[in-house]
Design a binder for this molecule. Sequence first.
Ligand code: XUL
Ligand code: CO
Length: 438
Amino acid sequence: MSKTYFPNIDKIKYEGKESDNPLAFKFYEADKVIAGKTMKEHFRFAVAYWHSFCNGNSDPFGVDTRVMPWSPAGATPMDAAKYKLEAAFEFITKLGAEYYCFHDVDIAPEGATVAESEKNLQEIVGMAKQYQKDTGVKLLWGTANLFSHPRYMNGASTNPDFEVLCHGAAQVKAAIDATIELGGENYVFWGGREGYMSLLNTDMKRELDHMGQFLRAARDYGRKAGFTGPFLIEPKPAEPSKHQYDFDAATVIGFLKAQGLADDFKLNLEANHATLAGHTFEHDIQTAVDASMLGSIDANQGDYQNGWDTDYFPHDVYDTTKLMMILLESGGLTSGGLNFDAKIRRNSVDLEDLFIAHITGMDVFARGLITAEKILTKSAYKKMKAERYASYDAGKGAAFEKGELDLVALRDLAAENGEPKSISGKQELYESFLTQYI
Ligand code: XUL
Ligand code: CO
């Protein structure tokens, strides 16, 4: 690398929980083995290109606050894209994350025509491929941004104007090509404006069928072009659309099944999107796990007082512990990873803040993993949960699960056995395990 963008920061090391160095890991030890896998293998951490290297921390009330040395004034868009790429690989390498994720327009500027946009993307992808080779950093997933450009104000694949849909297809084709070229392990669709602002002007059924047809076309193209990983849909209930079709995990699973896409698609679940849908993050993760459709995770957290997508870096160890309990019990991530789809606060203007945010995020997951493993192996948690359902393990309960009892047989058992005894759900005891082992 020719230029340094983070000159005062060396490779981040593990120093343990007594360290007071803000630029060191306190809990994340990449090669430490827990529950049969290294921490690195459990998490497969990824850096989100858009928040870390493109987002200047503007908000609806003010312009950028961040100084990004990789975006010098006066640079041509292609030169700026090259500086940004160089800075990104320096950051990811120093942090010690294994992966990154991008949208097409994060890494290369759109051109005036489809062909020019494709050319820009191909040029940057060629450079990214070399950086990946030099550093060992890998691509977790690629995606196309089908929501920022004004043409997508009424949606992309659900746009009432077919010509807009075609532009979305052009971007998705190029982004799939880029993902394949860079060895990306997944390909993501987040339908930012695939939804509606008002049903008065919206034919919902037609739009949903268009989205299904668009995704089938993308899948067929990707498979033909040699992409073997999963396609992922990232649910979110709203924002920027009032109502987004990919509302939550359960909605997307139903949609994928109805559209014949369930064999090729899984879910990319984001914490702050689940909470916006009125769920806990664990709820959406468990929903996907139970349907064998958990693909990957966008790690972040919302704000308890706010009803929008704040995309804070994760910093709540109770949340990560509950998540890691599910991942440990279900076999964990396979082709997916933990992508920090998170942004530093508007007033976090020091270059080191981006490191501190990622370090804290990695540490809070490491601590969650350590705690989850203890709860699962040392506490009565698993035994209690299994025993809670013991009445279905044998006898008539087991016969019911096998479908051997009809409604009349169930009625007769109620009459025969009388009023059931009251059994405690022990929720406070379950909660105490978290406090005890954190
Ligand atoms: C937006 C969001 C996106 C997707 C990728 O809320 O999460 O950044 O992760 O398009
Ligand atoms: Co996301």
